[in-house]
Every structure is written in structure tokens, then in C-alpha cells.
Design a protein around this ligand. Structure first.
Ligand SMILES: [Zn+2]
Length: 210
């Protein structure tokens, strides 16, 4: 069954990301996965955020079959579908081209643990997934690999952007916000000195157990 409240929730979270400038132009995309029904509620492709209403949210199956909606689903729907197939606890994906984080993605530089909140929110540092052509299965395959290797909740996508996941729309959104926040601070810190990395991988894993 297609649920109007999920369309409303995806639209509201999308517009919140847009207001926060995590999305620019028509870039970025966001989805929610109803695991009970096997349906992905996802933003439409190349559609202006200023005009977006809940009825513009597309409903697709993980193989890309459109179940509801009058647009095309986001061109990155395969990224979302791959994550839902591979990461059982994830029910929402936020993909942004937020500028500070994407500038590190362009340099293929991950963001080390420079702030303690990166551990609870992001699961540690923000790794970089290798480049893949936008819209291909590889975008998702590489992002999943980068995030699941050491239990992270977000990654950079080389020369492309950011991917953040969560058990809820709000959780994926706040993680995307924290990626941009950490990237902004790291960028400023690099410009005025030599940032101190807080933790080794062993310390991160030990902290996550407590
Ligand atoms: Zn993108």
C-alpha cells in the first residue's frame, strides 16, 4: 500500500535539506524505504525544490519499477536501492553535493575524526568511496563498501558528493548535516594550522562499544 504520510515526510525532509543548503539547484536526492511493503519513496529527478510537494515524490520498487508518481525517479535511485538491499538497518538515504564535504570528495580526501561527535553521529571518520559514473550500480556498490567496512553512517563519493544513511529520515538528514559541519570545520582548520586527529580506529571501535 502506498502511504501518503511517507510522501509528506520525504517532501518535508527534502525541503528542510534544501533550506539548509545541503542541496543546490536540483542536485541531491533523498529517500525513505518502507521495508514492510518493499517500496522506496524518493525525490523526482531534475525537479525544482521550490515547486516540490508531497505528490511529486516518486514511489518505486528496489528494481526501479515505478509504482506511483508522475515524474522520473531520481537518476541516482540505484544508489538508494543498493544501500537498502545491502544495509538492513537503513530506512533512509540522503545524497548531497554539500559544498565543503564535496570539496574534500573532489580531492579524494576523507574527513578524519577531528570532533568527538563524529563518532556517535557518523560512526567515526568519513571515508571516500571510489568514483563511479553517476546513475550506475557502482555508485551504490562503492558507497556501501566504504560505509560498511568499519561501520560508518556516511561517506564521501569521489568527485561527486556525500551519502548519509539512517534508520529514519531525520537520522539520515542529521548525519548529512554533520558531514558538512565536520568538513567545514576541517577545511577551516587546515587553512589556519594542522588539525589534530582525535582517535585511532581502535579507539573509535572501543568507544562505539560503550
Ligand atoms: Zn549526485
Amino acid at each position: 500500500m502506498i502511504r501518503q504520510e511517507y510522501k509528506e515526510a520525504v517532501c518535508a525532509e527534502t525541503l528542510a535539506c534544501y533550506r539548509e543548503k545541503l542541496f543546490a539547484g536540483t542536485s541531491g536526492n533523498l529517500s525513505y524505504y518502507d521495508r514492510t511493503e518493499g517500496l522506496i519513496y524518493i525525490t523526482p529527478g531534475s525537479y525544482p525544490y521550490e515547486l516540490m510537494t508531497p505528490d511529486d515524490i516518486m514511489v518505486i520498487t528496489p528494481d526501479g519499477t515505478v509504482k506511483d508518481g508522475t515524474h522520473k525517479p531520481s537518476s541516482e535511485w540505484r544508489l538508494h536501492a543498493e544501500i537498502y538491499k545491502s544495509m538492513d538497518s537503513v530506512c533512509s538515504v540522503v545524497h548531497t553535493h554539500s559544498p565543503y564535504a564535496t570539496s574534500f570528495a573532489v580531492n579524494n580526501i576523507g574527513i578524519p575524526v577531528i570532533l568527538i561527535e563524529m563518532v556517535p553521529f557518523l560512526g567515526g571518520d568519513v571515508p571516500v568511496a571510489p568514483f563511479a559514473l553517476p546513475g550506475t550500480d557502482e555508485v551504490g556498490i562503492y558507497a556501501v563498501k566504504a560505509m560498511t567496512k568499519d561501520g560508518r553512517n556516511a561517506c564521501l563519493m569521489a568527485n561527486h558528493g556525500v551519502c548519509a544513511v539512517g534508520g529514519s529520515l531525520q537520522q539520515a538528514h542529521i548525519r548529512a548535516t554533520y558531514v558538512e559541519d565536520a568538513a567545514t570545520i576541517y577545511s577551516h582548520a587546515l587553512s589556519n594550522g594542522f588539525p589534530v586527529v582525535l582517535m585511532s580506529e581502535e579507539m573509535i571501535q572501543a568507544m562505539k562499544k560503550h
